[in-house]
Design a protein. Structure first.
Length: 245
């Protein structure tokens, strides 16, 4: 598989800050999705509710999950739902959401920005993510030791944490979202790998996200943590360099 980097960065802006699935009740999905798609989504929720959280809490062996058609792999957070099973996702992205919360994780294969120094590259991509919407504040930035990553050939790696106030869809109520970004640079493949964890920390009472359905028990679906994201970042492996052409 060969990737073109000429995609609009955000074909799914409503998925990023925050994601779309949790605020839609199952009966709404049943009305808006093809039957086979809805049934697949419902089966994923049922499976996670029954065994997913308990398995992870019990410390059972975690499996590397394939990404980008098997070209990459990583340890996904427990219960991750693949958005591509519900709607179109650009082929340079992988998008996963938590079944209950508005949390999401996005992996993007982006064009390597050769003119941007390593220590400025993660902020460059962050500013591209938040655009001109405003209300975003960088809280911290730090380097990662490439030799501690599973991604071979990574020349430079950086973490960035930020906070943003963002409205969902066309709503006026703004939610507070903590963004955790990790940038892993692969200049030999002309690629910047950007991983983003969107973690809402305060939901406005008037936001649609404040309404929660009762179809899935909360106790069986613990929210993801920053440690889940760090595990995901550090476990990312490149299995097939042919993806870059």
């Amino acid at each position: 598989m060969h990737f073109s980097f000429k995609f609009s960065r955000r074909l799914l802006p409503e998925l990023l800050l925050p994601t779309l699935i949790p605020e839609i009740a199952l009966h709404d999905l049943r009305d808006s999705l093809p039957l086979d798609t809805f049934q697949g989504f419902k089966r994923a929720l049922d499976k996670f509710t029954e065994v997913g959280a308990m398995d992870n809490m019990a410390g059972q062996t975690q499996q590397q999950q394939p990404l980008f058609g098997g070209a990459f792999s990583a340890f996904l957070p427990p219960g991750s739902l693949d958005v591509s099973e519900l709607r179109q996702v650009p082929d340079n992205q992988e998008v996963f959401v938590h079944p209950r919360t508005d949390q999401s994780i996005i992996v993007e294969l982006l064009e390597y920005q050769a003119g941007v120094p390593d220590d400025a590259a993660v902020r460059y991509h962050f500013e591209d993510v938040v655009g001109t919407s405003g209300g975003a504040e960088v809280l911290s930035q730090e380097s990662l030791a490439p030799h501690l990553l599973a991604l071979e050939g990574c020349s430079s790696a950086w973490n960035l944490t930020a906070c943003q106030l963002v409205a969902k869809f066309n709503e006026e109520a703004k939610n507070e979202v903590r963004l955790h970004l990790a940038l892993l640079r692969l200049p030999q493949y002309g690629t910047d790998v950007l991983l983003t964890f969107n973690n809402p920390t305060r939901i406005h009472p008037l936001s649609s996200s404040a309404a929660r359905g009762t179809e899935v028990p909360d106790s069986s679906l613990p929210p993801w943590t920053v440690e889940h994201f760090h595990t995901f970042v550090h476990s990312l492996r490149l299995l097939d360099p042919g993806i870059f052409g």
